[in-house]
Design a protein around this ligand. Structure first.
Ligand code: NAP
Length: 539
């Protein structure tokens, strides 16, 4: 241990939504905790994703923290689906209100984590060479924090500006009158395209596969409405806790086939106009596992797209044909499809004319050249496990976590992984954090980790490690649930797919998230805690 190495009882990695709350809980307990943040300020996802159109697609008042009544009473969400600048202001407000900043270190990228069995602690190596040790490490590194760029020839030759949406600059980016190309039509691309379509000179969308997308139906929240929301917070959070997705929307359990087709259509007409994920989370659960039910809802949503796009040929290109509705993470949009009715918006279908290379002036596809001033890469993330792979994490006997997880993650309850003692993951792989309303899941995750740590402190344990059998059984549960769903082979980040990331391409199924819903997941967590964590080796 070098002279400069500082020791902490707990090191938290990340100061996004998870890290902030984890820090708050530990500080309240009087635990010596340091939060290490790679960026130069707090906020995680909401610090980074500054692209135009970035906003919640969870209702703002279900996304905010629930742990402090005072905070709930003070904060006014101005929009049902609040935008990135406001969300970042909120997280800063939380950090300042609870005086968390002084426990954070910015520009502190953890590059290595090495387990020291003799001392029972983790050695943390930072990018600048600084070192720390901690008895316990809690990761709050997010599920979508490692952006993935494609590897087209000539990307560096482009003379204009270009960046991944995650790295959208803090400084204003000129859009007016410029020729902008957007590559990617996931939730991010869809938000960007809809937001900038009427602000840029020409907008060319490079679409490889279309995504299903339905209206966000955003609206402002007045003082009066906010007062009503505040009065209802207990009920709101109870509703979220009871629903699989962690939203206020609850599945319709009348039975898809017990309801006439006319009634289903009338029901979907209502859902389509409701805010947020109602059409997904408030729908019949059968759409997720019954192919005929999924075909019908897909055809319904396709019909809505056809009604919104003037050119029928273009409409067909915007309708997914290779996967059903809800089989990949659903992007929500605001006048996205109408953007294509504008004369300055052009769709390039990469399935017909793939990108051949990027050059100084723009993008060359097989069909022709597109002159551009700005290229926006909305090409997704090395999701869920990417941020773990980015650090070199060596556990017992020097085993690399990246090696252990080469073919996909393996965890106990999404929180621990055998061979890596005292490493506790919030929003870890095979938890529900990625697949449900994020803060609702992480609050539960942080509470569970904190209670486990309290238990360890009270009993004087200095080592916690998941039993291999417990981990095997949890992975079996994760696999069983995913295999029962139509999304099991989907080409989306939920199932670990990203064509830009080695080992995550087509044909490699990964079991990265638990899809049985938040209430079921919570049952496992609660039982483990109530039983005194019997599947965790303690010493
Ligand atoms: P994504 O869903 O993974 O989408 C990436 C897009 O880029 C896909 O359309 C993909 O096409 C395309 N792409 C990737 N490589 C390409 C290449 N080489 N050439 C052409 N196209 C390429 O990523 P994302 O849109 O950033 O969204 C990720 C997740 O972030 C979302 O699902 C959501 O959970 C979260 N998010 C949330 C919000 C919000 O409202 N709160 C907003 C944005 C994002 P293929 O499908 O063909 O691979």
């Amino acid at each position: 241990m070098s002279a400069e190495t500082r020791h902490h009882q707990v090191a938290v990695i990340g100061t996004g939504v998870s890290g902030l709350y984890q820090l708050k809980r530990l500080i309240d307990l009087g635990v010596d905790t340091l939060a290490l943040e790679a960026d130069d300020d707090l906020g995680g996802t909401w610090y980074r994703n500054r692209y135009p159109g970035a906003r919640f697609d969870s209702e703002s008042y279900t996304y905010g923290y629930s742990f402090s009544k005072e905070l709930l009473d003070e904060w006014h969400w101005k929009e049902r689906f609040s935008s990135q600048p406001e969300n970042l202001r909120y997280l800063n407000y939380v950090a300042d209100k609870f005086d968390l900043r002084r426990h954070m270190r910015f520009g502190a990228r953890v590059e290595t984590l090495a387990w020291d069995e003799g001392e029972r602690l983790w050695h943390l190596g930072l990018s600048g060479g600084e070192t720390h040790t901690a008895r316990f490490v809690v990761s709050g590194i997010g599920v979508l924090s490692v952006p993935a760029l494609p590897s087209y020839e000539g990307m560096d030759d482009f003379a204009g500006e270009s960046f991944h949406t995650y790295w959208w600059p803090k400084e204003p980016v000129a859009l007016e009158g410029r020729r902008v190309g957007v590559i990617g039509t996931g939730a991010t691309g869809i938000q960007v395209i809809a937001d900038i379509a009427d602000r840029v000179g020409e907008l060319t969308v490079f679409q490889r596969r279309p995504n299903w997308s339905t209206p966000l139906n955003n609206s402002p929240i007045s003082e009066t409405e906010m007062a009503e929301i505040r009065a209802r917070y207990d009920e709101i959070f109870a509703n979220c806790a009871a629903s699989p997705g962690g939203f206020e929307h609850t599945p319709d359990r009348r039975g898809f086939w017990n309801v006439s087709r006319e009634e289903r259509i009338a029901f979907w007409d209502q859902l389509y106009d409701r805010p947020g994920f109602a059409i997904l989370s408030g729908n019949f659960p059968e759409i997720f596992f019954d192919e005929a039910a999924n075909r019908e809802i897909s055809e319904y949503v396709a019909g809505r797209i056809r009604r919104r796009v003037d050119d029928p040929r273009l409409a067909e290109k915007l309708i997914p044909k290779d996967h059903g509705f809800g089989m990949q993470r659903l992007p929500l949009e605001t006048r996205y499809f109408e953007a294509y009715n504008r004369d300055n918006v052009h769709l390039v279908d990469l399935s017909e004319s793939p990108i051949e290379r990027i050059n100084e002036g723009g993008i060359q596809t097989r069909a022709g050249h597109h002159d551009l001033d700005l290229i926006v890469y909305a090409t997704g993330f090395d999701a869920i496990t990417g941020a773990f792979d980015q650090m070199q994490i060596r556990g017992v006997d020097g085993q690399l976590l990246g090696d252990k997880w080469r073919d996909g993650p393996s965890t106990y309850l999404g929180v621990l992984t055998h061979g890596f003692p005292n490493l506790l993951m919030v929003a870890g792989p095979q938890s529900v954090s990625g697949s449900t309303n994020f803060p609702r899941a992480i609050e539960r995750g942080v509470d569970w980790v904190t209670e486990l740590l309290e238990h360890a402190f009270a009993k004087g344990y200095s080592r916690l490690e998941a039993q291999p059998d417990a981990e095997r059984e949890w992975v079996e549960e994760v696999v069983r649930v995913q295999e029962g769903l139509l999304l099991r082979r989907s080409k989306g980040w939920f199932t670990g797919y990203n064509a830009n990331v080695a080992g995550h391409q087509e044909g490699k199924v990964r079991y990265q998230a638990y899809f049985a819903g938040a209430p079921r997941y919570r049952e496992f967590l609660e039982k483990a805690a109530a039983d005194g964590y019997p599947r965790i080796e303690k010493g």
